[in-house]
Design a protein around this ligand. Structure first.
Ligand SMILES: [Ca+2]
Ligand SMILES: [Ca+2]
Length: 475
C-alpha cells in the first residue's frame, strides 16, 4: 500500500507501549506511527492509535502477535533496538507475518488489522459481514433504505419529522434514484435552516467541545458578569467554515473574522475587523488566535501549553493527555520555563507538547494587553520569571514538521490527515450516533478521503456522501 506523502508518522505512542522495552517511560514513540504508515486505512489508525493490546498481554509481556513479530524485527541486531531501527524494521516484520494466524482464530493477521479485530486475541474476530448472514431475511436490516434516510435526514438537519403528505409524495417518486435525488435536494434546503446553522443550532453543538464556552465571562451579546471575550465570534467562524462553499480549513487558517446576522436564514459574512478581536491580520490563525482562545486557554500563562494542546485535541482529534498524537522532537523538552517537564514521567509527552506550544509564545491572554500578538511578549510581560524563559523560540514542531510561527502551525494542521479524519468523525458521531466502528471503517475512510480530495474540504458536499453511507442509511 502506498504511503501518504505528508505524514509518515502520525499516531505516535511511546515505543514502550507497542514494543514493551523494559526501559523507562522516556522511550521515544515510533511504533504506532510506523504501524499506521504500513496500514494507513486500518480502523486502529483512524483518529486513534493501535492500543497496547495489539502486541501485549500487559506491557512488557507480549501477546501472540507481538511475540510472532519480534524475531522478524531486524534479526541479529542487538536489543533493545533504537527507535529508528525499530521503525525501519516494523513494516517488513508486519509483512512477514501478514498471512499467518498468530492467535489461531482462523483469520490471518493482516485481515484482522484491516477489519479492526485484534490479531493477538482469539476472542477478537473480524466482523462477520455487515449485511450478511441475517437470521431474519424478511427484514431489510442493514440495507440502505431511502425512506428511512428521508425521515432521519429531516430530523437531523431540519429538526422536523416528515408529515404524512410529505411521506406520500416521497414514495410516489417511485425509483430509488429519484428518491435519492430528492433527499439531496432536501438536504440542501435543511442545511440553510436555523436548526442546522443558526445560533445554538447543530453546528454550534459540534463546536462546543472546541470552544468550551463559559457564560459568566462572555462579553458582547448575552454577556456575563465578568465580560472578557466574545466566543460567539468563534462559533461564527466555525459555522462559516462548515457551510456554503467554504473551506473547512478556514477554522484554523483564516486571517479574517466572521459576523453572524439575521435568523431564518442566519447568514455568516467575512469581515476584516471586529470590535471584539485584537490580533492583526498578519498574525491570525482562525480560531487559534481568537480573543476567546487567548483568554480562555492562554490565560495568564507564559508558555501556553494548554492552548496548543486544546487546539490539537479540538481540531485534530489528538489528545496528548491520552498519549495520542505523540511525536517526540529530539532534544525536547528544553524546559525553558523551568516547570520540571524533563522528569521521566513528563518528558514523553512534553517532547511533543512543548515544541507544539512555542509558536504561541507571543500571543497574550489575560493581563497586560489582553488577547493580542505582542512581539517579545515573554521578555516584556514576564520579566520576573526564570531567566531561560526568554530563550523560548517562536519556531516549533507539529506532526514532525518544523514551523516558524502559529500561522504555519495552523496550515500544517489543517492539511493533515488528522484534520480531515477529525472533521468527518465529528459528523459521524453527530449523525450516525457513534465514532466509526470497524464495520463502518471502509465507508468512513472513503468519506474522509473524498472530503479531502474530491470535495476540497467542503463540509456540505461531504454530508451528501455521509447520508449515502450504509452506516447512516440502514435502519
Ligand atoms: Ca487471527
Ligand atoms: Ca483475533
Amino acid at each position: 500500500m502506498p504511503l501518504p506523502p505528508t505524514s509518515p508518522s502520525r499516531w505516535l505512542l511511546p515505543g514502550l507501549l507497542l514494543l514493551g522495552f523494559s526501559t523507562p517511560a522516556v522511550a521515544m514513540p515510533t511504533g504506532p506511527g510506523a504501524f499506521c504508515a504500513e496500514y494507513p486505512t486500518a480502523p486502529a489508525c483512524q483518529g486513534t492509535q493501535p492500543a497496547c493490546t495489539y502486541c501485549h498481554v500487559a506491557p512488557p509481556q507480549r501477546n501472540g502477535f507481538g511475540a510472532a513479530l519480534e524475531p522478524h524485527l531486524a534479526p541479529g541486531k542487538p536489543r533493545p533496538l533504537s527507535d529508528a531501527d525499530f521503525a525501519a524494521a516494523l513494516p517488513a516484520a508486519l509483512r512477514a507475518i501478514a498471512t499467518a494466524d498468530t492467535d489461531g482464530d482462523g483469520a490471518p493477521n493482516q485481515f484482522e488489522v484491516e477489519q479492526g479485530s485484534l490479531p493477538g486475541d482469539a476472542t477478537s474476530v473480524p466482523p462477520s459481514g455487515v449485511c450478511g448472514g441475517g437470521e431474519n431475511p424478511q427484514f431489510k436490516v442493514c440495507q440502505y433504505d431511502p425512506r428511512f434516510v428521508y425521515r432521519r435526514m429531516l430530523s437531523d438537519f431540519c429538526g422536523t419529522s416528515p408529515t404524512y403528505a410529505q411521506v406520500a409524495t416521497f414514495l410516489e417518486l417511485g425509483s430509488e434514484d429519484k428518491q435519492r435525488a430528492f433527499i439531496d435536494q432536501e438536504l440542501d434546503r435543511c442545511l440553510q435552516s436555523d436548526f442546522w446553522r443558526g445560533k445554538h443550532g447543530q453546528l454550534w453543538k459540534v463546536a462546543h467541545p472546541k470552544i468550551r464556552p463559559v457564560g459568566s465571562v462572555k462579553s458582547g451579546e448575552d454577556g456575563g458578569i465578568i465580560p472578557l471575550a466574545d466566543y460567539y465570534d468563534d462559533y461564527a467562524l466555525f459555522a462559516w467554515s462548515q457551510t456554503d462553499d467554504h473551506d473547512a480549513r478556514d477554522v484554523l487558517t483564516a486571517s479574517f473574522f466572521v459576523k453572524r446576522s439575521g435568523t431564518s436564514p442566519t447568514t455568516y459574512t467575512a469581515a476584516n475587523t471586529l470590535s471584539s478581536q485584537f490580533v492583526e491580520a498578519s498574525r491570525r490563525a482562525g480560531n487559534m488566535t481568537s480573543a476567546w482562545t487567548l483568554t480562555s486557554f492562554v490565560m495568564f500563562t507564559a508558555l501556553p501549553r494548554n492552548a496548543a494542546s486544546q487546539m490539537y485535541r479540538a481540531y485534530l482529534g489528538l489528545d496528548i493527555a491520552k498519549q495520542e498524537g505523540l511525536h517526540s522532537v529530539p532534544n525536547e523538552p528544553r524546559d525553558y520555563d523551568a516547570k520540571g517537564v524533563q522528569a521521566p514521567q513528563c518528558a514523553a509527552c512534553h517532547a511533543t507538547l512543548d515544541p507544539l506550544s512555542y509558536p504561541y509564545r507571543n500571543y497574550n491572554g489575560l493581563g497586560g494587553l489582553p488577547n493580542r500578538y505582542i512581539p517579545n511578549r515573554l521578555e516584556l510581560l514576564f520579566p520576573n520569571e526564570v531567566a531561560t524563559l526568554k530563550n523560548t523560540p517562536e519556531q516549533g514542531v507539529i506532526l514532525g514538521q518544523p514551523v516558524n510561527n502559529l500561522m504555519e502551525w495552523a496550515r500544517v494542521a489543517a492539511n493533515s490527515d488528522a484534520f480531515a479524519i477529525s472533521t468527518v468523525t465529528d459528523y459521524w458521531k453527530l449523525l450516525v450516533g457513534h465514532a466509526p466502528s470497524p464495520e463502518e471503517n471502509e465507508e468512513f475512510v472513503r468519506t474522509w478521503q473524498a472530503f479531502r480530495t474530491t470535495h476540497a474540504y467542503r463540509v456540505q458536499k461531504m454530508l451528501h456522501d455521509l447520508i449515502r453511507t450504509e452506516a447512516y442509511g440502514a435502519p
